[in-house]
Design a protein around this ligand. Sequence first.
Ligand code: BGC
Length: 260
Amino acid sequence: MSVESLPQLGIDVGGTSIKGAIVDLSAGHLAGGIHTEPTPPTATPSDVVAAIGRIAAAADWIGPVGVALPGVIDGSSLRHAPNLSSAWEVDGALACLRAPEGANAVLINDADAAGLAELTYGDAGLDRDGLTIVLTFGTGIGSALLHNGDLIANSELGGLVGSNGRFEEIASGRAISSEELTPMEWARRAQPFFDELEAMLNPSRWVVGGGLSENFERFASRLRLSKPISAAHLGVHAGVVGAAVAASRAGRDSEGSAQR
Ligand code: BGC
């Protein structure tokens, strides 16, 4: 997939921290240091926009930014974002992020951003046949579906409910750290999640991102899967890189329509 070669600021808003970096889009690498702000305890739109502004200033960045958000971008509001304030669900809540005089942001779901990064720079981009399921295990569980080389956005598979509750509550990265789960304990909880998805969607491969990608071997080796599984090529930075790709593609699309 071709992308612009100019640098672009990408920001990943998580339930615990907000990370941003300038991304070298020709290589899919961070072009500078990563800037991190704790997610404000209120996690309201205005407080998150202020934190994004501080990250842009620290990166010395002026211009549109790509922002990955932990929820479904539904027109002018954000839904299914249990780790942010409910104020995001109000109609018009996303306006402060998109305003040119504010963050001037291009928005994408955080797991979709990780999927877009894998599609653009990882092995998933080479696999044009079938379905790749990208799962990010962090504060929640995010998902991205990559089908025949295209991203199918807003899949929200972490919301699936098993016999012990929502998988995103019992098997996320946060559950691992707060309940000090061993890899085997985590796998006992996560296995039915993978089994359900395998039965429903018949993927040809799995990619794991988020915090779990740092301990990928220890955890993933405990799962019993019939299809290959690998760690996200871009590790914990996949969301930042994918947000930058989304911004670059949106800029290119709007230039294209201005020229037509
Ligand atoms: C949200 C998803 C998000 C995931 C990971 C879930 O709570 O509903 O949209 O991708 O967390 O942040």
